[in-house]
Design a protein around this ligand. Structure first.
Ligand code: ASP
Length: 332
C-alpha cells in the first residue's frame, strides 16, 4: 500500500537532482538509492552533559531508556502504524521516566510546582495540537494529540487544557505525581544548567508521512506561567511532508524568536538545502551567533536523519527500517 508513495518520492527526487545538476550534494545520506521504509529519531534534551558529570551507571540508564523509547516507536512503524502513533509511543516512555524533563521528573517553577508544555504536528495534513502550562495531565503528549484530533483548535492552556483533557478521558494526576527530589534540589539550589531533558520524537512511516512531537517541563526555576518553545508550532515543533519533521530542545526564548523548527523546513523548501545543511545552518550558525544553546532531532521525507546540537551533549537516537541505528549522549 505504501509502495507507490515511495516510488513516487524516488522518481520525484531523482528528477529534482537531475534538474539541479548535482548528485545529491555530496552527502551520502541524501542519496535516493535506499529510502528507508520507516525511520524514528528521538531526543531527551540538550545541555551541559559531560562524561565527568555523569556516572557510568547513569549513562547506561539513559541509554537504556532511549533504546526503550526508540524500540516502542519502531514497533509501531514496523507494524504499519502511523508516524503520529510512533511519536506518541516513544514520547510516552520518556514522559513516564523520571530521567527526563517531561511528565514525571519534570523541572519545577520558582513556585515549586510543575507546569508542562507539549505539542504534536502531522506532516501530511499540517494539523497540529498543543497544550501549555498544564499541571495535571499525566501524559502531556496525549493532551496535545487530543487537541489536534478532537478539537477545532491548535493550543489549549492551563485550566482550559485540563478541562479538555478530562473531558477526553485522559488520565489526570495530582501535581505531586510529577515531583522528584532531584528536580526539587535543583530548584532550591537554583541550578540553571539542570534545565536539559525535554523530550521529542520525529518519525517517517511506511506511507511516507512525517510527524513530530515535543514534551517538556520547560526551564528549571522558570516563572509561573512561563511558556517556552515546545508547544509553539514552528518554534519547538514542526512537520511538513514537503520537507521535514523537527523536534527541538534548548533555550526556548530564543527558539521562539528564531522560529527554529520552521526555519529548518523553510531553508529546505525555499533555499533547497538538504536536511543536514538546513539544520546545521540554524543550530550551528544562527543560534550560535545569537548566543542560544540547544539542538534538534529531525527527519526529512527521504528518511535522512539530522540531530545537530551546539551544547556539550544531547540525549538522542534514531533507528531506520534498514537496521541503521545510533544512540548517544555526548558530542564525541
Ligand atoms: N525548550 C525548552 C523550553 O524552553 C527547554 C529545553 O528544551 O531544555 O521550555
Amino acid at each position: 500500500m505504501f509502495f507507490p508513495a515511495k516510488i513516487f518520492i524516488y522518481i520525484l527526487t531523482a528528477a529534482l537532482l537531475v534538474l539541479r545538476g548535482c548528485n545529491g550534494g555530496g552527502d551520502a545520506q541524501e542519496s535516493s538509492h535506499d529510502i528507508p521504509e520507516y525511520v524514528i529519531a528521538i531526543h531527551g534534551g540538550a545541555g551541559t552533559l559531560s562524561r565527568e558529570r555523569i556516572t557510568e551507571e547513569q549513562e547506561k540508564e539513559y541509554l537504556n531508556k532511549l533504546d526503550e523509547a526508540l524500540s516502542a516507536g519502531e514497533e509501531v512503524l514496523k507494524n504499519g502504524g502511523s508516524s503520529i502513533h510512533a511519536v506518541r509511543a516513544a514520547i510516552m516512555i520518556m514522559e513516564d521516566s523520571p530521567l527526563f524533563n517531561a511528565g514525571k521528573g519534570a523541572v519545577f517553577t520558582n513556585q515549586k510546582r510543575v507546569e508542562l508544555d507539549a505539542s504534536v504536528m502531522d506532516g501530511r495534513t499540517l494539523n497540529a495540537g498543543a497544550i501549555a502550562g498544564v499541571t495535571d495531565i499525566k501524559n502531556p503528549i496525549l493532551g496535545a494529540i487530543a487537541v489536534m484530533e478532537n478539537s477545532p483548535h491548535v493550543m489549549f492552556a492551563g485550566n482550559g487544557a485540563s478541562q479538555f483533557a478530562r473531558e477526553q478521558g485522559l488520565e489526570m494526576v495530582d501535581n505531586t505525581y510529577f515531583h522528584t527530589q532531584r528536580r526539587l534540589d535543583d530548584v532550591i539550589r537554583q541550578i540553571e544548567r539542570e534545565k536539559n531533558g525535554t523530550v521529542g520524537a520525529v518519525a517517517l512511516d511506511r506511507e511516507g508521512n512525517l510527524a513530530a512531537g515535543t514534551s517538556t517541563g520547560g526551564m528549571s526555576n522558570k516563572r509561573y506561567g512561563r511558556i517556552g518553545d515546545s508547544p509553539v508550532i514552528g518554534a519547538g515543533n514542526y512537520a511538513n511532508n514537503r520537507t521535514c519533521a523537527v523536534s527541538a530542545t534548548g533555550h526556548g526564548e530564543y527558539f521562539i524568536r528564531w522560529v527554529v523548527a520552521y526555519d529548518i523546513s523553510a531553508l529546505m523548501e525555499y533555499r533547497e538545502m538538504t536536511l543536514a545543511e538546513a539544520a546545521n545552518e540554524v543550530i550551528g550558525k544562527k543560534l550560535v551567533e545569537a548566543g542560544a544553546t540547544g539542538g534538534v532531532a529531525a527527519i526529512d521525507r527521504l528518511g535522512n536523519v539530522a540531530m545537530p546540537f551546539n551544547t556539550a551533549g544531547m540525549y538522542r537516537g534514531y533507528i531506520k527500517s534498514t537496521g541503521e541505528k545510533e544512540i548517544a549522549i555526548f558530542a564525541d
